[in-house]
Design a protein around this ligand. Structure first.
Ligand SMILES: [Zn+2]
Length: 324
């Protein structure tokens, strides 16, 4: 297994990446960061248990983790579709693309969007021995470190390492929220500092809630998810975190930007039968509340399992303290 680890350490340090001082920032040693960021995202998801087989699906969660790494780069305005590295890692020898039924894999296709990638491919399969190495903490850390040390400047390496810690811990937190939807005071790993704890918490809460509502707004029912993984919904607390310190899914809902703002400002709430309440204040001059008025008395959208439904205690707090 040691020999194999050495081979993969070498492969990871010699990825075919574009190198150009004009195109890529100093933080990435003037190399394209897409392949390293995709591999780091896959490593985070294997570490947290989100990826459990050799098959790598271009999932919303993987897109989000990849996007979190990209957002670390200051003033980076280039298009950053995960489709580029997902398709081009095929040349690495350990990443085999899996075509959709009826499609065949072809080299040198022009794949520049997730929509196009999904039309042709179901995902990719990494080699079995690489998957085994990535399941073991010792070899996983070595493979991760070689990526970070090779493709990022010494000043930037700590930032990438920290993001990886946050990604893994927030996924673990998200799983514990799903397992214990109504348990108070869920522990966040103590070894993380205050700033990281905040990110771990909010990222883990967001992932659990958005997943439970399948990207659908609980109050108006809209769902809009772009192929690149941008979703219209936020994960909203019913009783705000600042007052409740409660990240349980029973204190959360996925809400679109308009419903989130309206709920937080007391213009919408939910009654004891889980029907949407719209405040009379929405109609006051000079408001033009449009379709919000049509939501009144409609049942809200809830997760399929009742143990994840919002608790009426939290809605009661909202009706008393916020609803106008
Ligand atoms: Zn909405």
């Amino acid at each position: 297994m040691c020999g194999r680890l050495d081979n993969y350490l070498l492969s990871f340090s010699k990825l075919r990446v574009d190198r150009n001082r004009k195109s890529w920032p100093k933080h990435t040693n003037h190399c394209s960061p897409y392949k390293p960021f995709l591999l780091l995202s896959v490593i985070d998801h294997i570490s947290s248990g989100r990826i459990t087989t050799t098959f790598i699906e271009p999932s919303f969660e993987l897109l989000e983790t990849f996007g979190q790494y990209i957002s670390l780069l200051p003033d980076f305005n280039r298009p950053a579709s995960m489709s580029y590295p997902f398709y081009h890692l095929d040349t690495s020898g350990f990443w085999e693309l899996v075509p959709q039924p009826g499609q065949i894999h072809q080299k040198s296709l022009s794949i520049s969007s997730m929509k196009r990638l999904r039309e042709v491919y179901l995902g990719a399969r990494i080699s079995k021995d690489l998957f085994m190495l990535l399941q073991m903490a010792h070899s996983r850390e070595k493979l991760q470190t070689v990526l970070i040390d090779t493709y990022f400047s010494p000043q930037f390496q700590k930032t990438v390492h920290e993001q990886s810690l946050i990604n893994q811990a927030s996924d673990t937190y998200s799983f514990s929220l799903m397992e214990h939807p109504a348990t108070a005071d869920l522990p966040i790993p103590a070894e993380h500092f205050a700033r990281e704890r905040e990110q771990i918490r909010s990222q883990g809460f967001r992932r659990a809630v958005i997943n439970l509502y399948q990207h659908r707004c609980a109050l108006c029912g809209i769902k809009m998810l772009t192929p690149e993984g941008h979703t219209v919904v936020d994960a909203a607390h019913i009783k705000p975190w600042s007052e409740s310190k409660n990240d349980n899914p029973t204190n959360g809902m996925a809400l679109c930007k308009l419903c989130h703002w309206s709920f937080d400002n007391g213009l919408m709430s939910v009654d004891r039968q889980f029907k949407v309440l719209v405040s009379v204040a929405t109609k006051k001059d000079p408001n033009l509340p449009g379709h919000i008025l049509t939501l009144s008395e409609r049942h809200m959208f809830r997760p399929s399992q009742s143990r994840y439904w919002p608790s009426q205690d939290n809605f009661e707090w909202h009706r008393w303290e916020r609803f106008r």
